[in-house]
Structures are given as C-alpha cells and as structure tokens.
Unconditional design. Structure first.
Length: 234
C-alpha cells in the first residue's frame, strides 16, 4: 500500500514518518508544499519557523529522508503540475491530511482510496467547527472520526473508524482540544492498520443524520468550560 502524507511543514512530516515507519506493509512518502492561497514569503518563513523548532535529531532525520527520496519539500503549491505529477507517479492508495486546506477533486482523485482525515467530532452527528464544544454542551460523547474526505465540510461518505475519547480529566477547552488534535498520528496508524486488515468495513457517513456546526460563541464556550470543570471534579 502506497501512502503519502500531505503536509504544510517539515515538522508534521517528520512526526508522521516516526509514527508510521515501522508498518511493513506500506510504502510511505511525505510531501511538504504550500497551500494555493499561501504566499511564498509567508510559506518560507513558516517553514523556517517549524524547522528551527525541531530538535537536532528530527532535523537530521528530515535531511536523511529527503536524501532517500521519502520526503519532498517544495515551494510549489499543491496544485502545480509538477506536484500533481509527483503524487500521481507514486500511485498512492491513501493520502494523510496534514495541511490547512480543503482539497480539490484534482488532488483527491489521485488517491485510489482517498485522503484520510481525523476529525475531532463523532460523525455523522457533528460536522464543522467547535464540534467538541457542541457535543459537551449537548451532553454527547466526544471523540475522533477518521474518514475519507470529499470537497464538502466533513461530508465524505466513508468513515474508516470512529472512536470515543474520554476528555473528562480536562478543565478547559484549549487543553482538551489540543489533546484530541495530538492523537492525529495514532488515528492515522489505526486507520491504515484497519485498511490493511481483511476485516475492514466502512461506516457510512449519513450526513442527513447530523448537522454542520459553526464556531461557538464566547458565552456558550464559558458554559462548556463550567461543565468541563464540574465533570473533572467528579
């Protein structure tokens, strides 16, 4: 199975590599390039920022996997002909979403199975923004849905796996969300392992059974944090 991690900086690429490199049944590639809407100066400065934040071992590792051809770092945007050709030539089965972008079909269609995204909400009920907060406010479980994206907002029809995550120990929104976001590599690994298994079955993302949520107001967010504080004290 050929897997490409789609990243907007080298730090993310190295994190993905370290998490997945021991899965013997995959050929792992990593692509770092810029979003179509990101200017070259902003992209370059951001890339330097994340590179210098890495420890020396990760810097050496990034150089090593560049030399081996596992990691490609480019100043071109994701939709440049040369980038699309590079991706196509890898004959990828799966993409791993690690860029701040909504993909066009010209990229999605290059992956045999699709581009996997770990969404910090349980689909199909919770799509969109602030879904962790909305689920807490509604008294519902929180968790992560790893699914194959389409051009919509969390509307991809094939969910690879759903996993409820207990965040009752957290007293505020930021630390809870950071914890859920930190599980992205674990979710990528679990999704790949499930796809490699002979027992893989997709869960249908029945969009009609859920709602698209938007950024929660400060007033409601304060209510959510009071709920979290109460739950953590229990």
């Amino acid at each position: 199975m050929n897997v490409i991690g789609l990243c907007d900086n080298s730090s993310k690429a190295v994190r993905i590599y370290k998490e997945l490199r021991d899965i013997e049944s995959i050929n792992l590639y990593l692509l770092v390039c810029k979003n179509l809407d990101t200017g070259i100066v902003r992209y370059f400065l951001g890339h330097l920022y994340y590179f210098f934040k890495m420890n020396i071992r990760d810097k050496l590792l990034s150089a090593s996997i560049i030399l081996r051809g596992t990691l490609r770092v480019s100043s071109l945007n994701l939709y440049h002909e040369k980038i699309l050709t590079w991706v196509k030539n890898k004959k990828p089965d799966i993409g791993l979403h690690a860029m701040g972008v909504i993909y066009k079909n010209s990229v999605i269609s290059l992956f045999r199975l699709g581009i996997a995204n770990p969404h910090i909400g349980l689909l199909p009920k919770y799509r969109g923004r602030s879904v962790m907060e909305w689920s807490i406010l509604n008294g519902d479980p929180t968790g992560i849905s790893t699914f194959f994206i389409d051009r919509g907002i969390d509307t991809g029809r094939r969910i690879i796996l759903l996993e409820e995550i207990d965040i009752s120990k957290f007293k505020d929104i930021i630390t809870a969300k950071n914890y859920l976001f930190s599980l992205d590599l674990v979710m990528f690994r679990k999704a790949i392992e499930k796809l490699l298994s002979h027992e893989n079955r997709y869960i249908e993302n029945e969009v009609c059974k859920g709602e698209r949520y938007y950024v929660m107001s400060k007033l409601f967010s304060s209510v959510v944090e009071k709920i979290m504080q109460f739950n953590s004290s229990g």
